[in-house]
Design a protein around this ligand. Structure first.
Ligand code: ADP
Length: 488
């Protein structure tokens, strides 16, 4: 197998092997799998197809590296992350192009992701040196309690394809800051970014074995093997609720510390007193950032009846004005979706919603030709229960329905098993805060179309997940609490 690939527009060769114990290697089976360019379905690279033996070797390496890394002075771990932040920032263009090539996303989205991804390293570089503890006096006197925080241990980090860099840095940042070692299983569609990121971390001084990467086409067996390894202590997963539930069941067998960032079905509520142009700007961000392939993507629009037609018209106009094409092409604002399965799902959801009675304002038809393209689509008069409202579309589709009262908006918005994020636009701050408190979600964008921020505790309620990533909370997911009790 080749151990790296040269790609158009990317200066350095991109590694394509497994990264275990600081070494690049072929899969134990010698097999590779294909990574495709979503713009035309052509072959981009062949990547080592990790086996269950390979993931066990990665757990060996992570386990061997753990005691030394856990004992590394926090300042040193901090500086590794700070250097990695700097390298990512210096090589932003290259990383953005790579993500655009393997994921399909438009370059502006890829650049925004890279900035966001690098910030996790800077944020957690700052958190690494602030892991605190305390000294307590027992209420009855005499006994003293010293509370301290230690790294959880060996972590398995399973990531999705929609943000190939950021979904990984927001796990690796806190893991490294806390002194944990990791085995990374990147998504099949986008392993190259994870592999290049591993190379950057090594260059930044992260010791061998602290970060190991095992791409594979056999996620089910490879992940299950690592989950059953008694040396593993934590799983952090970002992906579908369906797979999250499988992993939580596996985690139960070893009582693994579990962080789950799962599916969403975000409502976007526009009140009649909102600044409509600001609401449309926010909707474009919440809906179209990353082509709609985000768990935070606005999935359902609830607009108060008096402003619904005006909002829908303005949104359709903005959506229709987007430029579709190969993500790396100049001026493109909407790339292809990641793969055939994703574009077929979007097509099925739109067709099902139109069959249920919705009206198409723009888009709505999958284009002929190569690549996994779907046009920006706005649907109105969407009946309750239509697939575009109940399923997470993960594509450039905005279904709009109306409401009359805030109570009705809340009932509609909360009628889902998911609760990741919700958006509210209103000119009345008190009204907005009342709605924000009553919305069943881990995050609310109030007069904002994007909530993600490395300094904020990202995460969901209900079936959208467990735990928080980013913020002060983020490092806590990789630490365990211990106390020493003694008489004085
Ligand atoms: P999506 O629907 O966004 O592709 P998935 O939940 O299927 O999300 O995938 C997210 C990650 O989980 C990917 O890295 C994928 O390889 C992995 N994965 C998928 N199925 C399984 C499984 N049965 N067990 C473990 N990991 C899985």
């Amino acid at each position: 197998m080749t151990s790296s690939v040269r790609l158009t527009g990317i200066e350095s060769p991109v590694p394509t092997g497994l990264f275990i114990g600081g070494q690049w290697r072929a899969a134990s089976s010698g097999a590779t799998f294909d990574v495709l360019d979503p713009a035309d379905g052509s072959l981009l690279a062949q990547v080592a197809d990790g086996t269950t033996d390979d993931v066990t070797a990665a757990v060996d390496a992570a386990s061997a590296a753990l005691p030394g890394f856990a004992a590394t002075p926090p300042r040193q771990r901090s500086e590794m992350l700070r250097r990695a932040f700097q390298i990512l920032t210096d090589r932003a263009e290259e990383f953005a192009r790579l993500m655009s090539l393997e994921n399909g996303k438009a370059l502006p989205d890829a650049k925004a992701e890279l900035t966001y991804a690098a910030e996790f390293f800077r944020w957690f570089a700052e958190e690494a040196v602030r892991i605190d503890g305390d000294y307590r006096v027992a209420p009855a006197g005499g006994t003293r309690t010293v509370v301290t925080h230690q790294p959880v241990g060996v972590c398995l980090l399973v990531t999705p394809w929609n943000f190939p860099a950021a979904m990984l840095t927001r796990k690796l940042g806190p893991a490294i800051a806390a002194g944990c070692t990791s085995v990374v299983k990147p998504a099949e569609d986008t392993p190259l970014t994870a592999l290049l990121l591993a190379q950057v971390l090594a260059e930044a001084g992260v010791p061998d074995g602290v970060v190991n990467v095992v791409p594979t086409m056999d996620a089910e067996e490879v992940v299950a093997t690592a989950m059953a390894d008694p040396r593993l202590r934590k799983i952090s997963f970002t992906g579908s609720t369906e797979v999250g539930k499988i992993l939580l069941k596996q985690a139960a067998d070893q009582v693994l510390v579990s962080s789950m960032e799962l599916g969403g079905n975000a409502p976007f509520v526009v009140c009649d007193d909102a600044d409509l142009d600001a609401a449309v700007d926010g909707a474009m961000l919440a809906k179209m950032r990353n082509g709609g392939e985000a768990c935070t993507a606005a999935n359902r629009f609830y607009v108060q009846a008096p402003v619904a037609e005006a909002f829908a018209g303005k949104l359709a106009e903005r959506m229709a004005a987007m430029t579709s094409g190969r993500g790396t092409d100049e001026g493109v604002t909407l790339g292809p979706l990641v793969n055939e399965e994703t574009v077929a799902k979007v097509d099925r959801i739109v067709t099902g919603t139109v069959d249920a009675g919705a009206r198409v304002l723009t888009g709505g038809t999958r284009p002929q030709g190569p690549g996994f393209f779907y046009p920006p689509t706005v649907l109105v008069d969407v009946p309750e229960g239509a697939p575009a409202l109940t399923e997470e579309t993960f594509g450039p589709v905005a279904p709009i329905t109306t409401f009359d009262t805030d109570e009705q908006a809340l009932a509609l918005a909360n009628a889902t098993p998911f609760g990741l994020v919700a958006y509210v636009y209103t000119g009345d701050l008190a009204r907005g805060l009342r709605l924000a408190e009553a919305l069943e979600s881990g995050m609310v964008g109030l007069n904002r179309g994007v909530v993600s921020d490395p300094a904020a505790p990202f995460g969901g309620v209900k079936q959208s997940g467990l735990g928080r990533e980013g913020g002060h909370e983020g490092i806590g997911e990789y630490l365990t609490t211990k106390y020493v009790s003694f008489p004085l």
